[in-house]
Design a protein around this ligand. Structure first.
Ligand code: GUN
Ligand code: FE
Length: 440
């Protein structure tokens, strides 16, 4: 296929512009302007002069991954059998320290971006490392390779929690480094809404109070989004309560870190009032169901959060989660919600396992993987409505090494459900970001 900026295309596929609602379209006419923005989406439009995709191909919005530790791609599928605090100290911090070496950083980051795009992830919210040069390198690579990206220099300055060989030298250093990355990304030539800076305190335990409030002030002053972890595990949740006397979400808000369209990962231990606080601040949650199975010891109450009105999208949490694919993350989100569900609500019968009405279905998972994630970030992507940028994937169900058998008699949403459970990298024929072809 080819770049589609300024073109009219005839397409069939699916999108989910709002939570729980999947729209199927067949031979719709999509029109893009010269900047890759959708200016027309007509189910029965005039196809004269339109670009036509190969027979049987279906398009979907590109996927949004709301939580990636880019350097940890080098240890994907490693040491998932130890608790979070050991995993960080023994494996993760030593790996991330190696990103002072820009050749190593370039090799890992290039492979990560290529693989994520090939899997259909067109937007990613990345944690980099503490190093400013490797963080700006990640921004350069995302722009050059065409992944829409939000990128932060990781901040960790607390000498009691972070090893001397891998931490910011001081709160002032951490804040100055964060400011330098914000300025670099905002001034990148050719960066037209593709790469955004993010203020990135790793999590409350790794940062001093002075650093957290300095970062909060910087985020507010520069209008920059924030990303961090919130109430991920018993250990982390309890640590913050003991240190600050507040819940993790309250502490983040009080440090000024809950700016609109910020995203906090996990939230497995969030209370209802924590969720309301996040909603009031227009902050969202990156739901990381695979990682939560290994490191949280709890299941994020996804459906309750959505019913409350919290913005949620999906996160791979590489490498806390061992796969790069948002397809697999979406499948796990469905499975985790089913495992959380019980016929009896624990509020009614405290001894009961699980909660009532916890399940989500493939429609909700598809929304979270696309528009849900984009909405949390406040980005104009994730569906094919006019006004959105054209970030899309073309699925070839008949791909030689990944044939998905679509039998006659199963139509509409059932096709999307089958795709969601069956798609592999082999089926992702073409990926466009901002109307430009990046894969296939
Ligand atoms: N909490 C602080 N750092 C990390 C990390 O790298 N991964 C996960 N899953 N949780 C964290
Ligand atoms: Fe994480």
């Amino acid at each position: 296929m080819k770049d589609l900026r300024g073109q009219k295309i005839l397409v069939s596929g699916f999108h989910a512009p709002t939570l729980g609602v999947v729209e199927a379209f067949e031979d719709a006419v999509l029109t893009l302007d010269d900047a890759g923005r959708i200016v027309g989406f007509e189910p029965d439009g005039d196809p004269t002069g339109a670009t036509i995709l190969p027979t049987g191909w279906l398009i979907l919005p590109g996927f949004v991954d709301l939580h990636v530790h880019a350097p940890q791609y080098a240890q994907l599928g490693t040491a998932l059998d130890v608790p979070l605090e050991d995993w960080l100290q023994t494996y993760t911090f030593p790996l991330e320290a190696r990103f002072s070496d820009l050749d190593f950083a370039k090799a890992v980051y290039s492979a990560l971006i290529d693989d994520m795009l090939a899997l259909g992830t067109t937007t990613a919210l990345h944690f980099a490392t503490v190093h400013v040069p490797a963080t700006t390198l990640l921004a350069d690579l995302c722009l050059a390779k065409g992944q829409r990206a939000l990128i932060g220099k990781v901040v960790m300055d607390d000498p009691d929690q972070c090893p001397p060989e891998y931490r910011d030298a001081s709160a002032e250093d951490a804040i100055a480094g964060t400011r330098a990355v914000i300025e670099y990304i905002n001034a990148m030539p050719g960066n037209d809404g593709m790469v955004h800076p993010v203020v990135t305190p790793r999590f409350v335990p790794s940062c001093t109070d002075a650093c957290l409030s300095g970062l909060g002030a910087l985020a507010q002053k520069t209008g920059t989004r924030v990303q961090s972890h919130v109430s991920e595990s018993d250990w982390e949740h309890d640590y913050v309560r003991v240190r600050t006397g507040r819940s993790d979400a309250e502490a983040l808000a009080d440090f000024g870190l809950m700016v609109p369209h910020s995203v906090f990962a996990h939230g497995t231990h969030l209370s209802g009032s924590d969720m309301d606080l996040m909603i009031a601040h227009q902050a969202g949650v990156a739901h990381c169901p695979l990682s939560n199975a290994y490191f949280s010891g709890a299941v994020f109450p996804l459906r309750a959060a959505l019913e409350r009105g919290l913005n949620v999208g999906l996160g791979s949490d590489m490498s806390g989660g061992p796969v790069a694919s948002i397809w697999e993350t979406a499948r796990m989100a469905i499975a985790a919600s089913r495992m959380l569900e019980s016929g009896v609500d624990a509020a009614v019968a405290p001894e009961a396992r699980g909660r009532g009405a916890a399940r989500i279905d493939f429609r909700t998972a598809f929304y979270l993987a696309t528009r849900g994630g984009a909405k949390a970030l406040g980005l104009p992507v994730g569906s094919f409505e006019p006004g959105m940028k054209f970030d899309a994937i073309a699925i070839d169900p008949k791909a030689a090494k990944g044939t998905i058998r679509l039998w006659p008699g199963y139509d509409g949403d059932l096709v999307l459900e089958k795709l969601l459970y069956s798609i592999s990298r082999a089926n992702i024929a073409t990926v466009w970001v901002d109307g430009l072809r990046r894969v296939g």
